[in-house]
Ligand binder design. Sequence first.
Ligand code: NAP
Length: 261
Amino acid sequence: MDTKIAMIGTGNLGQSIVNGLIQEDAASNIIATRRNVNKLSTLKEQGVDVTDNNAHAVNNAEIILLGLKPYTILETIEGLKDQLVPGKHVLVSLATGISIEEISNVVGEGFEIYRAMPNTGASVNESLTCICGPEDGPNLEKVKQIFDTIGESIIINENLMEAATVLGACGIAYVLRFIRAMVQGGIEIGFDANTASKIVNQTVLGASQMLIQNGNHPEDEIDKVTTPKGCTISGLNQMEHNGFSSSLIKGILTSFEKIEK
Ligand SMILES: NC(=O)c1ccc[n+]([C@@H]2O[C@H](COP(=O)([O-])OP(=O)(O)OC[C@H]3O[C@@H](n4cnc5c(N)ncnc54)[C@H](OP(=O)(O)O)[C@@H]3O)[C@@H](O)[C@H]2O)c1
Protein backbone atom coordinates (compact mmCIF):
# COMPACT_ATOMS: atom_id res chain seq x y z
CA MET A 1 0.00 0.00 0.00
CA ASP A 2 1.62 3.30 -1.04
CA THR A 3 -0.86 5.67 0.66
CA LYS A 4 0.46 7.74 3.57
CA ILE A 5 -1.43 6.81 6.71
CA ALA A 6 -1.51 8.64 10.06
CA MET A 7 -2.68 6.76 13.17
CA ILE A 8 -3.72 9.46 15.62
CA GLY A 9 -3.93 7.84 19.06
CA THR A 10 -1.88 4.67 18.81
CA GLY A 11 -3.07 2.64 21.80
CA ASN A 12 -4.10 -1.03 21.96
CA LEU A 13 -6.19 -1.07 18.82
CA GLY A 14 -4.02 1.44 16.95
CA GLN A 15 -0.90 -0.67 17.54
CA SER A 16 -2.66 -3.81 16.29
CA ILE A 17 -3.60 -2.02 13.07
CA VAL A 18 -0.12 -0.55 12.60
CA ASN A 19 1.39 -4.01 13.21
CA GLY A 20 -0.87 -5.43 10.50
CA LEU A 21 0.17 -2.70 8.08
CA ILE A 22 3.87 -3.25 8.83
CA GLN A 23 3.47 -6.87 7.75
CA GLU A 24 2.31 -5.50 4.39
CA ASP A 25 5.68 -3.68 4.10
CA ALA A 26 3.98 -0.35 4.71
CA ALA A 27 6.05 0.82 7.74
CA SER A 28 7.62 3.76 5.92
CA ASN A 29 4.16 5.03 4.93
CA ILE A 30 2.86 5.18 8.51
CA ILE A 31 3.04 7.96 11.07
CA ALA A 32 1.84 6.92 14.53
CA THR A 33 1.06 9.37 17.32
CA ARG A 34 0.36 9.35 21.02
CA ARG A 35 1.38 11.70 23.85
CA ASN A 36 3.61 9.12 25.60
CA VAL A 37 5.59 8.58 22.43
CA ASN A 38 8.23 6.44 24.19
CA LYS A 39 5.60 3.67 24.33
CA LEU A 40 5.87 3.45 20.53
CA SER A 41 9.59 2.58 20.50
CA THR A 42 8.94 -0.92 19.09
CA LEU A 43 7.10 0.58 16.14
CA LYS A 44 9.91 3.10 15.66
CA GLU A 45 12.47 0.28 15.52
CA GLN A 46 10.40 -1.25 12.71
CA GLY A 47 10.57 1.91 10.59
CA VAL A 48 7.34 3.67 11.59
CA ASP A 49 7.55 7.45 12.00
CA VAL A 50 6.41 7.97 15.62
CA THR A 51 5.62 11.37 17.07
CA ASP A 52 3.57 13.18 19.71
CA ASN A 53 2.78 15.86 17.14
CA ASN A 54 -0.65 15.16 15.61
CA ALA A 55 -0.44 18.16 13.27
CA HIS A 56 2.84 16.86 11.78
CA ALA A 57 1.21 13.47 11.23
CA VAL A 58 -1.86 14.94 9.54
CA ASN A 59 0.22 17.22 7.30
CA ASN A 60 2.17 14.24 6.04
CA ALA A 61 -0.66 11.76 5.47
CA GLU A 62 -3.76 11.21 3.33
CA ILE A 63 -5.70 8.65 5.35
CA ILE A 64 -6.15 9.72 8.97
CA LEU A 65 -7.07 6.85 11.30
CA LEU A 66 -8.46 8.11 14.60
CA GLY A 67 -7.67 5.54 17.32
CA LEU A 68 -8.72 7.87 20.12
CA LYS A 69 -11.18 7.18 22.94
CA PRO A 70 -14.75 8.36 22.25
CA TYR A 71 -14.48 11.07 24.92
CA THR A 72 -11.36 12.67 23.41
CA ILE A 73 -11.84 12.25 19.67
CA LEU A 74 -13.96 15.34 18.96
CA GLU A 75 -11.79 17.79 20.92
CA THR A 76 -8.63 16.31 19.37
CA ILE A 77 -9.90 16.73 15.81
CA GLU A 78 -11.18 20.21 16.71
CA GLY A 79 -7.52 21.02 17.47
CA LEU A 80 -6.48 19.65 14.06
CA LYS A 81 -9.06 21.52 11.99
CA ASP A 82 -6.52 23.91 10.48
CA GLN A 83 -4.42 20.99 9.19
CA LEU A 84 -7.33 19.01 7.71
CA VAL A 85 -7.99 19.63 4.02
CA PRO A 86 -11.12 18.33 2.20
CA GLY A 87 -10.14 16.30 -0.87
CA LYS A 88 -6.68 15.58 0.56
CA HIS A 89 -7.57 13.90 3.85
CA VAL A 90 -9.81 10.89 4.39
CA LEU A 91 -10.92 10.42 8.00
CA VAL A 92 -11.52 7.00 9.56
CA SER A 93 -12.80 6.94 13.13
CA LEU A 94 -12.45 3.87 15.32
CA ALA A 95 -14.31 5.48 18.22
CA THR A 96 -17.36 3.60 19.46
CA GLY A 97 -20.60 5.58 19.39
CA ILE A 98 -19.34 8.73 17.64
CA SER A 99 -21.31 9.29 14.44
CA ILE A 100 -20.03 10.47 11.07
CA GLU A 101 -22.31 13.49 11.46
CA GLU A 102 -20.69 14.45 14.79
CA ILE A 103 -17.23 14.28 13.19
CA SER A 104 -18.42 16.20 10.14
CA ASN A 105 -19.88 18.90 12.39
CA VAL A 106 -16.41 19.43 13.88
CA VAL A 107 -14.24 19.28 10.75
CA GLY A 108 -16.69 20.91 8.33
CA GLU A 109 -18.17 19.81 5.01
CA GLY A 110 -16.40 18.18 2.06
CA PHE A 111 -14.57 15.37 3.89
CA GLU A 112 -14.80 11.67 3.10
CA ILE A 113 -15.44 10.22 6.57
CA TYR A 114 -15.68 6.54 7.57
CA ARG A 115 -16.19 4.65 10.80
CA ALA A 116 -14.58 1.29 11.42
CA MET A 117 -15.29 -1.22 14.19
CA PRO A 118 -12.57 -3.87 14.44
CA ASN A 119 -12.17 -6.30 17.33
CA THR A 120 -9.17 -7.38 19.40
CA GLY A 121 -8.63 -10.30 17.03
CA ALA A 122 -6.66 -7.57 15.23
CA SER A 123 -3.70 -8.38 17.50
CA VAL A 124 -3.34 -11.75 15.68
CA ASN A 125 -4.56 -10.47 12.28
CA GLU A 126 -7.95 -12.15 12.75
CA SER A 127 -10.22 -9.14 13.29
CA LEU A 128 -13.60 -8.79 11.69
CA THR A 129 -13.94 -5.08 10.93
CA CYS A 130 -17.30 -3.49 10.09
CA ILE A 131 -16.86 -0.31 8.04
CA CYS A 132 -19.45 2.33 7.20
CA GLY A 133 -19.30 5.59 5.27
CA PRO A 134 -20.05 6.94 1.82
CA GLU A 135 -20.72 3.85 -0.33
CA ASP A 136 -19.47 5.63 -3.44
CA GLY A 137 -16.47 7.12 -1.59
CA PRO A 138 -13.44 7.15 -3.91
CA ASN A 139 -11.22 5.88 -1.07
CA LEU A 140 -13.52 3.17 0.28
CA GLU A 141 -11.40 0.40 -1.24
CA LYS A 142 -8.20 1.84 0.27
CA VAL A 143 -9.86 2.04 3.69
CA LYS A 144 -11.07 -1.55 3.36
CA GLN A 145 -7.54 -2.62 2.34
CA ILE A 146 -6.15 -1.20 5.60
CA PHE A 147 -8.50 -3.32 7.70
CA ASP A 148 -7.99 -6.37 5.51
CA THR A 149 -4.38 -6.37 6.76
CA ILE A 150 -5.67 -7.23 10.26
CA GLY A 151 -8.25 -9.81 9.21
CA GLU A 152 -11.49 -9.54 7.23
CA SER A 153 -13.67 -6.49 6.69
CA ILE A 154 -17.25 -5.89 5.56
CA ILE A 155 -19.19 -2.75 4.62
CA ILE A 156 -22.39 -2.06 6.59
CA ASN A 157 -24.88 0.79 7.07
CA GLU A 158 -24.03 3.27 9.82
CA ASN A 159 -27.29 2.46 11.61
CA LEU A 160 -25.87 -1.03 12.28
CA MET A 161 -22.60 0.18 13.86
CA GLU A 162 -23.85 -0.27 17.43
CA ALA A 163 -25.08 -3.78 16.57
CA ALA A 164 -21.67 -4.42 14.98
CA THR A 165 -19.97 -3.32 18.19
CA VAL A 166 -22.03 -5.81 20.21
CA LEU A 167 -21.74 -8.79 17.86
CA GLY A 168 -18.15 -8.23 16.70
CA ALA A 169 -16.26 -6.34 19.44
CA CYS A 170 -18.17 -7.49 22.57
CA GLY A 171 -18.57 -10.83 20.79
CA ILE A 172 -14.92 -11.63 21.50
CA ALA A 173 -15.75 -11.63 25.24
CA TYR A 174 -18.84 -13.84 24.79
CA VAL A 175 -16.82 -16.41 22.87
CA LEU A 176 -13.98 -16.30 25.41
CA ARG A 177 -16.43 -16.88 28.27
CA PHE A 178 -17.84 -19.87 26.36
CA ILE A 179 -14.30 -21.18 25.92
CA ARG A 180 -13.54 -20.70 29.61
CA ALA A 181 -16.65 -22.67 30.59
CA MET A 182 -15.70 -25.49 28.24
CA VAL A 183 -12.20 -25.63 29.77
CA GLN A 184 -13.73 -25.76 33.25
CA GLY A 185 -15.92 -28.66 32.15
CA GLY A 186 -12.85 -30.36 30.68
CA ILE A 187 -11.01 -30.08 33.99
CA GLU A 188 -13.97 -31.61 35.80
CA ILE A 189 -13.89 -34.65 33.52
CA GLY A 190 -10.18 -35.25 34.04
CA PHE A 191 -7.86 -32.91 32.10
CA ASP A 192 -5.37 -30.49 33.58
CA ALA A 193 -6.06 -26.85 32.64
CA ASN A 194 -3.36 -26.62 29.96
CA THR A 195 -4.43 -29.77 28.16
CA ALA A 196 -8.12 -28.81 28.41
CA SER A 197 -7.31 -25.36 26.96
CA LYS A 198 -5.35 -26.87 24.09
CA ILE A 199 -8.22 -29.22 23.20
CA VAL A 200 -10.88 -26.51 23.51
CA ASN A 201 -8.97 -23.75 21.68
CA GLN A 202 -8.24 -25.96 18.69
CA THR A 203 -11.79 -27.36 18.71
CA VAL A 204 -13.22 -23.84 18.58
CA LEU A 205 -10.82 -22.93 15.77
CA GLY A 206 -11.80 -26.06 13.82
CA ALA A 207 -15.54 -25.44 14.32
CA SER A 208 -15.21 -21.86 13.16
CA GLN A 209 -13.03 -22.76 10.16
CA MET A 210 -15.58 -25.39 9.05
CA LEU A 211 -18.23 -22.68 8.85
CA ILE A 212 -15.91 -20.12 7.25
CA GLN A 213 -14.46 -22.49 4.66
CA ASN A 214 -17.56 -24.58 3.87
CA GLY A 215 -20.16 -21.85 4.35
CA ASN A 216 -22.43 -24.36 6.12
CA HIS A 217 -25.07 -23.57 8.73
CA PRO A 218 -23.87 -24.55 12.25
CA GLU A 219 -26.79 -26.96 12.64
CA ASP A 220 -25.64 -28.93 9.55
CA GLU A 221 -22.28 -29.53 11.25
CA ILE A 222 -24.02 -30.34 14.57
CA ASP A 223 -26.16 -32.99 12.80
CA LYS A 224 -22.95 -34.68 11.65
CA VAL A 225 -21.77 -35.26 15.24
CA THR A 226 -25.06 -36.08 16.98
CA THR A 227 -25.56 -39.87 16.85
CA PRO A 228 -29.15 -40.89 17.68
CA LYS A 229 -29.39 -41.61 21.43
CA GLY A 230 -25.72 -40.61 21.68
CA CYS A 231 -23.78 -38.62 24.25
CA THR A 232 -23.45 -35.41 22.15
CA ILE A 233 -27.17 -34.86 21.70
CA SER A 234 -27.84 -35.69 25.38
CA GLY A 235 -25.30 -33.10 26.49
CA LEU A 236 -26.52 -30.50 23.99
CA ASN A 237 -30.16 -30.92 24.97
CA GLN A 238 -29.24 -30.65 28.64
CA MET A 239 -27.48 -27.34 27.85
CA GLU A 240 -30.57 -26.11 26.01
CA HIS A 241 -32.87 -27.17 28.88
CA ASN A 242 -30.70 -24.88 31.02
CA GLY A 243 -31.11 -21.97 28.60
CA PHE A 244 -27.83 -22.09 26.66
CA SER A 245 -28.94 -20.45 23.37
CA SER A 246 -31.57 -18.35 25.10
CA SER A 247 -29.05 -17.01 27.61
CA LEU A 248 -26.59 -16.04 24.85
CA ILE A 249 -29.27 -14.27 22.80
CA LYS A 250 -30.58 -12.43 25.88
CA GLY A 251 -27.02 -11.34 26.73
CA ILE A 252 -26.54 -9.94 23.22
CA LEU A 253 -29.83 -8.04 23.50
CA THR A 254 -28.86 -6.66 26.92
CA SER A 255 -25.52 -5.39 25.58
CA PHE A 256 -27.36 -3.85 22.63
CA GLU A 257 -29.93 -2.10 24.86
CA LYS A 258 -27.08 -0.73 26.98
CA ILE A 259 -25.08 0.55 23.97
CA GLU A 260 -28.22 2.16 22.49
CA LYS A 261 -28.61 4.22 25.69
N1 NAP B 1 -10.09 -2.30 21.83
C1 NAP B 1 -11.11 -2.73 21.11
O1 NAP B 1 -11.49 -3.90 21.08
C2 NAP B 1 -11.86 -1.77 20.25
C3 NAP B 1 -12.64 -2.28 19.22
C4 NAP B 1 -13.29 -1.39 18.39
C5 NAP B 1 -13.16 -0.03 18.58
N2 NAP B 1 -12.42 0.46 19.62
C6 NAP B 1 -12.31 1.91 19.79
O2 NAP B 1 -10.98 2.27 19.45
C7 NAP B 1 -10.59 3.41 20.18
C8 NAP B 1 -9.25 3.13 20.85
O3 NAP B 1 -9.39 2.05 21.76
P1 NAP B 1 -8.10 1.44 22.47
O4 NAP B 1 -8.56 0.24 23.19
O5 NAP B 1 -6.98 1.33 21.49
O6 NAP B 1 -7.78 2.63 23.51
P2 NAP B 1 -6.36 3.10 24.08
O7 NAP B 1 -5.45 1.94 24.22
O8 NAP B 1 -6.63 3.95 25.26
O9 NAP B 1 -5.78 4.02 22.91
C9 NAP B 1 -6.05 5.38 22.77
C10 NAP B 1 -4.71 6.08 22.62
O10 NAP B 1 -4.92 7.45 22.33
C11 NAP B 1 -3.78 8.16 22.83
N3 NAP B 1 -4.16 9.56 22.96
C12 NAP B 1 -4.98 10.14 23.86
N4 NAP B 1 -5.09 11.47 23.63
C13 NAP B 1 -4.32 11.72 22.52
C14 NAP B 1 -4.04 12.88 21.77
N5 NAP B 1 -4.54 14.08 22.11
N6 NAP B 1 -3.23 12.78 20.72
C15 NAP B 1 -2.68 11.58 20.36
N7 NAP B 1 -2.93 10.44 21.02
C16 NAP B 1 -3.73 10.51 22.09
C17 NAP B 1 -3.46 7.48 24.14
O11 NAP B 1 -2.06 7.47 24.42
P3 NAP B 1 -1.37 8.66 25.25
O12 NAP B 1 -2.06 8.72 26.58
O13 NAP B 1 0.05 8.24 25.29
O14 NAP B 1 -1.60 9.87 24.43
C18 NAP B 1 -3.88 6.02 23.90
O15 NAP B 1 -2.77 5.20 23.67
C19 NAP B 1 -11.71 3.70 21.16
O16 NAP B 1 -12.46 4.78 20.69
C20 NAP B 1 -12.54 2.43 21.18
O17 NAP B 1 -13.91 2.76 21.36
C21 NAP B 1 -11.74 -0.39 20.43
